[in-house]
Write a protein that binds this ligand. Structure first.
Ligand SMILES: Cc1ncc(C[n+]2csc(CCOP(=O)(O)OP(=O)(O)O)c2C)c(N)n1
Ligand SMILES: [Mg+2]
Length: 335
């Protein structure tokens, strides 16, 4: 078992027949990543806002595991599950978050704006709802290319009342684009509770308005998410158009590192299923030993430690080069 886990240390490409062990391993790596990121923010080795996904691991990990190489993902300001799920090299990812030169974007993107075309992650955006606009573009290109590739568009409950959400879903449906929209419904858009910004709180029902299938799934159950998104992806790949999947989950943390709190009941999270505990319990019921699970945890911690060490050793970008780069973009924008 240990041998197998060692082999699994570097993230595998996504595969439709992935097992719960691998899904659990990815969630463990992601949880550890976010825990360590909170420490790096406290140490001011990372500055700027930080959006963690502790408690929401199952949605992003289950969904990305339904993809295959050549597929595309558009993410939000809370994208770490996509980074881990798509198998981004985490040393470079931490370097990016710490503003170092070895980051995927040379340290210019920060934690939420990592683009990594090789791993199927393009056009990140911190603008709420924009992941849908990009997904329509990718989906149209994929449909024209005719290779059967699919775009997974991750968005949050906070985006559902944006114009972009409505316009994109309408176009995706009209053109039968190979797009799967995953709404990570964690009950809050920033500090606003879902029932205060949306009269219809069962978000999957909106699919009916676009004439596409809509499904709701337990977003804390990684296997349930994986299954639902796999079925939606298969349908999209088959040319039958978009599907809206709502994953019900819970945001354990504040909105970001700058959250001042005071807008929710401290007991709200009581009794909410922890996705990692659920998966571990299920693995135990299926015969995994305590030691095997502990080994997954240990290896996840080692993987993150190594990624952080890589990032800390990475140099800062050259200041002159940063100015030159910014000036080049300014010039492009003026043209
Ligand atoms: C168009 C736009 N409006 C407002 C914001 C500020 N903003 C950033 S994230 C966010 C809430 C997003 O909520 P949700 O989509 O549910 O994602 P979550 O933070 O819950 O993961 C808001 C209002 C923004 N980035 N873009
Ligand atoms: Mg939300």
């Amino acid at each position: 078992m240990t041998q197998t886990l060692q082999e699994r240390r570097s993230p595998l490409p996504s595969s439709p027949d992935i097992d719960l062990f691998e899904l659990y391993r990815r969630m463990r790596v992601l949880r550890r990543m976010d825990e360590v990121l909170a420490e790096l923010v406290a140490e001011r080795l990372i500055t700027g806002p930080m959006h963690l996904g502790i408690g929401q691991e199952a949605a992003g990990i289950g969904a990305t595991a339904a993809l295959r190489p050549g597929d595309m993902v558009t993410a939000t300001h809370r994208p770490h599950a996509q980074y881990v799920g798509l198998g981004l090299p985490l040393g470079r990812t931490f370097a990016e978050m710490m503003g170092r030169v070895d980051g995927q974007c040379g340290g210019r993107g920060g934690h939420m704006l990592i683009a990594d075309a090789e791993h199927g992650l393009l056009a990140p955006s911190g603008i709420v709802g924009h992941s849908l606009l990009f997904a329509v573009g990718h989906g149209l290109a994929q449909k024209r290319a005719g290779q059967g590739a699919v775009t997974l568009c991750v968005t949050g409950d906070g985006a559902v009342n944006s114009g972009a959400f409505n316009e994109s879903l309408n176009m995706a449906a009209l053109w039968r684009l190979p797009v799967v929209v995953l709404v990570e419904n964690n009950g809050y858009g920033l500090s606003v509770r879902l029932d205060r910004h949306s009269h219809q709180t069962e978000l999957y029902r909106r699919a009916a308005g676009y004439g596409i299938p809509g499904e709701v799934v337990d977003g804390n159950d990684v296997e349930a998410v994986h299954q639902a998104v796999s079925a939606a992806v298969a349908r999209a790949r088959d040319g039958q158009g978009p599907v809206l999947v709502e994953a019900l989950t819970f945001r354990n943390n504040g909105f970001s590192s700058s959250d001042r709190g005071g807008y929710r009941d401290p007991d709200e999270g009581a009794g909410v299923t922890d996705p990692l505990e659920l998966a571990a319990r299920r693995l135990r019921e299926r015969g995994a030993s305590v030691e095997e699970l502990a080994e997954i945890d240990r290896l996840a911690a080692v993987e993150i430690d190594e990624a952080v060490a890589f990032a800390k050793a990475s140099p800062w970008p050259d200041t002159e080069a940063l100015f030159e780069y910014a000036a080049k973009w300014d010039e492009g924008a003026r043209r």
